[in-house]
Write a protein that binds this ligand. Structure first.
Ligand SMILES: [Zn+2]
Length: 396
């Protein structure tokens, strides 16, 4: 039993789209925070409620917008109403007639968020950072997820939190991938498990650090240090880059049930019994690290595997990308640019079967589409607005 009284309040029912805004200038750095894109994940909303007084008194040097995600789902405390709001963002949303009618509840949230994202990204000329706060159904230390672009790596590398690369290849229509392909720094922060008070405190510490590192405000002496220490104490031993190697995708009505007791980032042995599906037991095919095991009803991902990315590999891939070595790929048989923008390659698998996924990853590509004979891979680096961001971030 804890003797300290909880200072975390329940989320109010009258939720506004814009929870907090401060505008400084078009040239100043700007942070945009999304809370409750999944309605049952309310740590971000609760963290922001705790931060409001201090934000009012803060000495701003940049702009800040805090937005709520799936408002009807937040009211009901469930992940989504009709469709997962984190799976409805396609590449061509700004150009195509795909905003949808009113039948799907999430289309309204998407339309409103898209309008705000569009206004901000058109107006702000300084560095722009998008932060999406989530929580997990399993017990977890806090962690960051990013599309593997160098601007994202650089920004996230200064936080004392594990960073997971490449999850977007397994998730279609994630909000952050949409923003990333607009060229901006974007990251997901998973604050911990859904109902843990600790997750609210983690989200709060992380947000203060983001605002400080991005240069939106300067934290009072000692405050940044304390938030950094809080997170570092929890994540000790896990402050690495990881990459996703496998996703167990759920089929409708397959009756998936994760066996109890798995924590995020837990090392598992080959042969470990993981879950039950259609009366079959799912077993770990190798010794690995389990990631985001599913312990809730709604969701499409049973579990993932991740592995640590060795530091020399991170350096090497950064170097290759800065040298734009991927231009050489287009000269190979069976590989060609998709169009004249040279943002993506079309790979004919009949001819270029030898091209391993890891080569594309190394050079900053991600796969987004695959028919029987062709793979389309898009380069995250060529889409990044690198010039808008400072090259180095400091850990103050
Ligand atoms: Zn979520």
């Amino acid at each position: 039993m804890s003797e300290t009284k909880s200072t975390i309040l329940p989320v109010a029912k009258d939720i506004n789209r814009v929870i907090y805004e401060h505008y400084e200038s078009a040239e100043a750095p700007c942070v945009v925070v999304f809370c409750g894109v999944h309605g049952n994940e309310q740590a971000g909303l609760k963290a922001v409620a705790r931060m409001k007084d201090a934000l009012r008194a803060a000495n701003f040097k940049g702009s800040l917008y805090i937005l709520s995600g799936n408002i009807p789902a937040i009211r009901r405390g469930q992940r989504f109403i009709d469709k997962d709001l984190n799976r409805v963002w396609s590449r061509n949303l700004f150009s195509g007639p795909v905003l949808g009618g009113t039948k799907v509840s999430e289309h309204k949230d998407r339309r409103e968020l898209l309008g705000i994202i569009s206004d901000i990204s058109n107006h702000v000329k300084g560095p722009l950072y998008f932060i999406d706060i989530h929580t997990t159904s399993a017990a977890s230390i806090p962690f960051i997820t990013i599309d593997d672009a160098l601007i994202n790596r650089r920004f996230t590398s200064v936080f004392p939190v594990p960073v997971v690369l490449g999850i977007e290849e397994y998730l279609r229509g994630a909000l952050l991938s949409f923003i990333n392909q607009l060229g901006f720094v974007s990251l997901g922060f998973e604050a911990g498990s859904h109902d843990a008070e600790q997750s609210v405190l983690n989200a709060e510490s992380f947000l203060w650090l983001v605002l400080d590192v991005a240069g939106v405000l300067e934290l009072p002496e000692g405050v940044g240090v304390a938030h950094r220490k809080r997170l570092a104490d929890i994540t000790r031993g896990y402050q690495n880059f990881y990459e996703v190697t496998f996703r167990y995708a759920l089929k409708p009505d397959e009756g998936f049930k994760m066996f109890p007791g798995f924590q995020n980032f837990q090392s598992i042995e080959e042969g470990a019994l993981l879950a039950e599906s259609k009366g079959q037991t799912l077993v770990a095919p190798e010794s690995t690290i389990i990631f985001m095991p599913l312990y809730q009803q709604q969701g499409e991902d049973g579990y993932f595997f991740v592995r640590k990315v060795p530091y020399p590999m991170l350096k090497l891939s950064a170097l290759f990308r800065l040298m734009k070595l991927d231009s050489l790929l287009a000269a190979l048989p069976g590989v060609e640019w998709i169009d004249s923008t040279k943002n993506g390659l079309r790979v004919d698998l009949k001819v270029a079967r030898f091209m391993a996924k890891s080569v594309f990853h190394l050079l900053g590509y991600r796969e987004v589409q695959e028919d029987k004979d062709h793979l389309l891979v898009y380069n995250r680096e060529r889409e990044s607005k690198k010039d808008r961001y400072p090259f180095r971030y400091s850990k103050h």
